[in-house]
Structures are given as structure tokens and as C-alpha cells.
Write a protein that binds this ligand. Sequence first.
Ligand SMILES: [Zn+2]
Length: 308
Amino acid sequence: MKQRAFLLPITLLALAFSPAALGQLTADRIDSTNRADNADQTRRMPIRIIDNVWWVGHSEVGAILITSPDGHILIDTTSTELAPWTVESIVNAGFQLEDIRYILNTHPHEEHMGGTAMFRKLVPHAKLLASKETADVMATGGLTDFRYMSEGDETDLFEPIIADGLIRHLDEVRVGDIAVVAHLTPGHTEGTTTWTTTVTENGRDYEVVIYGGMSASGADRGRLIDNEDYPGIAEDFQRSFDYLRTLQCDVYLYPRATSIELDEKMRQRERSADGPNPFIDPEGCQHYINFYEQRYLKQLEEEQAARG
Ligand SMILES: [Zn+2]
């Protein structure tokens, strides 16, 4: 058995970010979950979604870990405050941080990648890859994200990080016999990236889609019309919705629990431990796309009406 080389840093982190302090911070940040619930849910992390795909981190904002005997791929790192939970839950799932080979991301918003700076220190040999647009925003710590530029909310900023390499549409990232494919799906941010991978359960292959984020931010945070900081935003959103419909999808994920009905699916799993895996949900994939497309269309209509 290999030594747990990261026990020391985790202990130090635990001192620096005590669960009580973290609980306070997360409860303040995450408005959709009450505090008691939060504590309960957090204790249940990590979650094995299917085969070698894990939800790690917090009950509401998580990261996706895809594992193999030859090393792992981590998609997103959660926020600066939540990253210590994410580190702990990777270790609690029985994996070692030093076996992470790649750190990828869905999009450069603080809650999903503020923790990347910490992961860079803990796993310096892991390669950090990102789309060009995301790498540019990462390098400025979020200063050049259009939402920050329109709104100026300082909580959106994070420690600047330089990517080791760029990924393009349909690039494959491979470790041993696992692979994830990048699909550029801009709109929520200019560099938003959806990832797909194939897993096997009970002798059957399933397509897992990790959506990069398809939520329109509202007219006050991210205008769809006359957005000087992201002129092509509306067209990008529509193209991305149309494109996502073409992807085969059996299991859908996104690093926010409420967006993927994580709690509901976990309750379903508890009720029927021998039943089918509730995360295998092809209809849910389509529902996810339709839901966010409707939200986008509603905002577009409202902005058009306001413009007259
Ligand atoms: Zn976001």
C-alpha cells in the first residue's frame, strides 16, 4: 500500500480551515441549502456516481473525479473556501492526490475553480489544461470575465493561475485507459467547456456528460443583448444548446448539486440499493438542456421587450 503523502498538508489545512469555519462560510455562500442540511449532506461526501466517476467536495458545489489505476482526472476544484473539503473527500474516497494527472474545468467562476491555486500547490505535477478563453480569465484571477467586468462583484475573483496547456474543441485528455473529450460550449462564459467520457456498469457502456454550465446569469449580471463585454453571447448560448442536444447522454453531471438533482438521486439510491443506478437518466439530460434553454429564451425575450 502506498503512503498517504498528503496527510500532513491536509492536517495543516484542517487547522487553517476548521469545519466550523468552513460550515459558516459555505452556509453564507450557498443560499439554497440551510445550515443543518448542509452539515448532514457534507458528511455524505464523496459520492460514487457510476463506475469510476465520483462527486467530491461539498454537498452543493462539487468537483468531478474520474479515476483509473494509472492516475486520475479532476474536473473543477470548487471554491477557495471549499477546496479543503474537496481534498479531504478525494482522500476519503480512497484516492491519493498525487495520482491526479490532469486538472480540467467547466468554466472560470470562483465557486468552481477558486480552489485550483491550492490544488496546484498540493499536486504540482498535475497538468492544468483549459480552453483558451478560460485560460485567459484564469490568468487574471477572474478580472477579465465578462460578468465581473459588467458587475464588479469582488467575490467572483480568485488567485490567478497559469494553465500548462490549452484544449480545443474535441481534444481528448487521456490517462491509461480513461479518456475525456472536450466540447466547447460558450455562453455562460466565453470558454465554458463540457466534458464527456464513457463508463461501464454491469457490462453496459454509458455516456457521461459533464455540462460546462448553461445558465444565463440574468439581465443585471450578464446581458444577452448589447453586451459590450461579450458581444456574441446570445448566439453562443443558442449554438451551445443546439450542439448539446447532439451529444449522446446517459448520465449528466454539473458541479452544482441542485442543477442535477443530486440529493433526490441519492435518496432514490438509498430507497432501493439494488435498483437501477438513478444517475442513469437520459431523459434528465434533455430536461437539463431544455430547462436552461427556456431560462435563456425568457431572459432574451425580457431584454427585447425592455428595449422595445
Ligand atoms: Zn458559473
